[in-house]
Design a protein around this ligand. Structure first.
Ligand code: TXA
Ligand code: MG
Length: 355
């Protein structure tokens, strides 16, 4: 079943969820794959459809702020502030869980992730289903999250009971996850609500050290340890002063194999050729957020050998975007010195491209 979002379609989707089936639906961040969050057997269907490791817990989506109260054994002051200020919206809070949350949802942790989405279709679906909806992003595990219904279909056709088509997602990267159970709130995953917005209402906010790529640090959001968002081609982030040499590097590299460049500002100095694909997000970071996942999937379709991606500064939504971009690149970066060395030696460049 693929439906648009009229009342009958939403009622049908809600009925499927009540019956224990898994249905994809739009949120303001990315598409989710939802099932009855209080029904362990229904939740297991999500893990099966995605091929998701069972040690990776899910977010429960609710339609009213008060609905969190039966899912938690108690909220800290920080959690209350965040809920009051940012719900409905792209913010997930980690709270102490109550006895009604199935182990399938929390993957055995004593906490649970909860979010109240602002997308009207998501809100109405949850309301009609009459239960919290457990939902990860609606992609096959390891692929970029889907930001439109066509992409959900490409991954999930034949694996789930239905898709509610609500058009393209507005934010494009997932919700910000904040652990509110400790002394100081900790960002476990940057997302649609920025660090600056959080600091404005909370004062001090920490970043999970694992986000900085600290090797020894084990991420507190289990899902952040997996190699996510990865395109098939080898990918490098280029940023800062190194960007000046990106157009030349891309042009020379494309002599040896098909290359894609994901870029904003440098797009105007780039020249498209048969072997050089320019994926231009525009000028605003918010546009990069909206388009990044779709561009990564586009690179797979184009069958390029190599992807260069223009990095942006990590303020505002830039923190979330660069977190996803660096993960997609497996943390590979090219510095100005490295680019200059490659440009000086054509056989070295060739083996770099073809390796
Ligand atoms: O924007 C979003 O958050 C989207 C939409 C569909 O709402 N959902 C989403 O879900 O991104 P998912 O499953 O792809 O990512 C949820 C992340 C995972 O990294 C998971 O490990 C973490 O949240 N998580 C869930 N419960 C947790 C908990 N109790 N403690 C720490 N991390 C948790
Ligand atoms: Mg996901």
């Amino acid at each position: 079943m693929q439906t648009d979002t009229d009342g009958a379609a939403l009622r049908e989707a809600a009925a499927l969820i009540k019956k224990g089936e898994a249905v994809a639906f739009p949120t303001e961040t990315v598409y989710g794959l939802g099932a009855d969050g209080l029904n362990g057997a229904a939740v297991r269907k999500i893990f099966e459809a995605k091929g998701r490791p069972s040690d990776n817990p899910l977010i429960l989506h609710i339609a009213g702020k008060k609905d969190i109260l039966k899912l938690t054994s108690g909220l800290t002051k920080q959690a209350e502030i965040l809920i009051d200020k940012f719900w409905p919206g792209p913010l997930t809070v980690i709270v102490a869980k109550s006895g009604i949350v199935p182990d399938e949802v929390s993957a055995g942790l004593d906490t649970v992730a909860v979010r109240m989405p602002s997308h009207p279709v998501a809100a109405e679906l949850i309301r009609l289903a009459g239960t919290p909806i457990a939902a990860p992003s609606a992609n096959i595990s390891g692929k970029p999250s889907p930001t439109d219904a066509e992409t959900v279909l490409a991954d999930m056709q034949g694996r789930i009971a239905g898709i509610v088509d609500g058009g393209a997602c507005e934010v494009g990267v997932e919700s910000t996850i904040v652990d509110t159970t400790g002394e100081v709130p900790v960002i476990l995953r940057p997302g649609g609500i920025t660090r600056e917005q959080l600091e404005e209402v909370l004062g001090k906010v920490e970043l999970d050290p694992a986000l900085a790529g600290v090797e020894a640090a084990k991420p507190k959001a289990p899902g952040m340890k997996y190699r996510h968002y990865a395109p098939k081609a080898s990918m490098y982030v280029v940023e800062g002063e190194a960007l000046a040499k990106l157009p030349l590097l891309a042009k020379e590299a494309a002599n040896f194999a098909p290359v894609a460049v994901i870029c904003g500002e440098v797009a105007e100095s780039m020249q498209r050729t048969q072997n050089l694909h320019i994926l231009n997000w525009g000028s605003a970071k918010t546009d990069l957020a909206v388009k990044l996942y779709r561009m990564l999937r586009r690179c797979d379709k184009l069958g390029v050998q190599l992807i260069f991606s223009e990095g942006v500064t990590e303020d505002g939504i830039g923190l979330a975007v660069m977190n996803r971009m660096r993960k997609a690149a497996g943390r590979q970066v090219l510095t100005l010195d490295e680019i200059e060395a490659l440009l000086k030696n054509s056989s070295q460049l060739k083996s770099f491209v073809l390796k």
